[in-house]
Ligand binder design. Structure first.
Ligand code: GLP
Length: 238
């Protein structure tokens, strides 16, 4: 739990997450990072950008992507990851992957993505945010803990939360591709970040609640190597 103002806590959490990632990258030049979108991980990327690290061989796999947006849409997670992570850190673009971005059929994109992660040697460290519904990636309540990358339907709550990035709610896609909870749990280490009062219930459920598919974030309790970084507001229901 990081003390201080919301901005101070975010910056401090970003530095701590950057420490964990930097240690992995220094020890393994072709490390595999699990990348997350959303506002939450932004302090991680800015803290990492200030470090002296060689990103040229580092690989990246994003957690999730919308299905049905026109190619190149600025709010596609492909575009967001390129803008916020690849360009910020100077990652090699061809080493960074987003579900469904290989141009193949959507129905089998999950299997191809799983195969690509396996071929890269598995994710060394996965950055996670958490949704108000307790989702990680786009694994909404009810997702199986054994799930792998697949097409899912977004909940209304998540579509409403994400409507701020689109002109109207009608423009928010209804489907997505997301790594499964089983995929996420296969990463060698997890770093979950959350800030603000709106995440307090999700964090309490993920960290202290029963391990249950009704709160997908609670799957982290099954992982042996997890770091949770929160501000006081997100920690207020622990
Ligand atoms: C999005 C993403 C999640 C993210 C979450 C929280 O829908 N698919 O990976 O963790 O919502 O977003 P934010 O960090 O902006 O609150």
């Amino acid at each position: 739990i990081l003390p201080g103002s919301p901005d101070e806590a975010k910056a401090a959490a970003g530095e701590l997450a950057a420490d964990l990632i930097a240690r992995v990258v220094r020890g393994k030049p072709d490390a595999v990072l699990g990348l997350a979108t959303g506002s939450t991980p932004l302090p991680v990327w800015s803290a990492l950008a200030a470090r002296d690290l060689d990103w040229s061989r580092v690989q990246g796999f994003a957690l999730d992507e919308y299905v049905g947006l026109p190619a190149g849409h600025p709010e596609s997670y492909r575009a967001v990851i390129t803008r916020e992570v690849v360009d910020t850190l100077g990652l090699t673009p061809t080493l960074v992957h987003v579900p469904g971005d290989d141009g193949g059929e959507i129905a089998t994109a999950g299997q191809r993505y799983e195969a690509a992660i396996a071929a890269a040697g598995g994710v060394d460290i996965q950055v996670l945010g958490i949704g108000r519904t307790g989702h990680i990636g786009f694994n909404e309540p009810g997702s199986s803990f054994a799930s792998r990358t697949r097409v899912k339907t977004l909940t209304e709550a998540t579509r409403l939360d994400n409507a701020r990035f689109f002109d109207s709610i009608d423009d928010v896609p209804r489907h997505c591709l997301t790594q499964g909870l089983g995929t996420i749990l296969d990463a060698r280490a997890l770093v979950l970040l959350a800030f603000g009062e709106a995440k307090a219930d999700a964090i309490a459920g993920a960290v202290e609640g029963p391990v249950s598919a009704s709160l997908p974030g609670s799957a982290i309790q099954l992982h042996p190597e997890v770091t949770v970084l929160v501000d006081e507001a997100a920690a207020s229901k622990l």
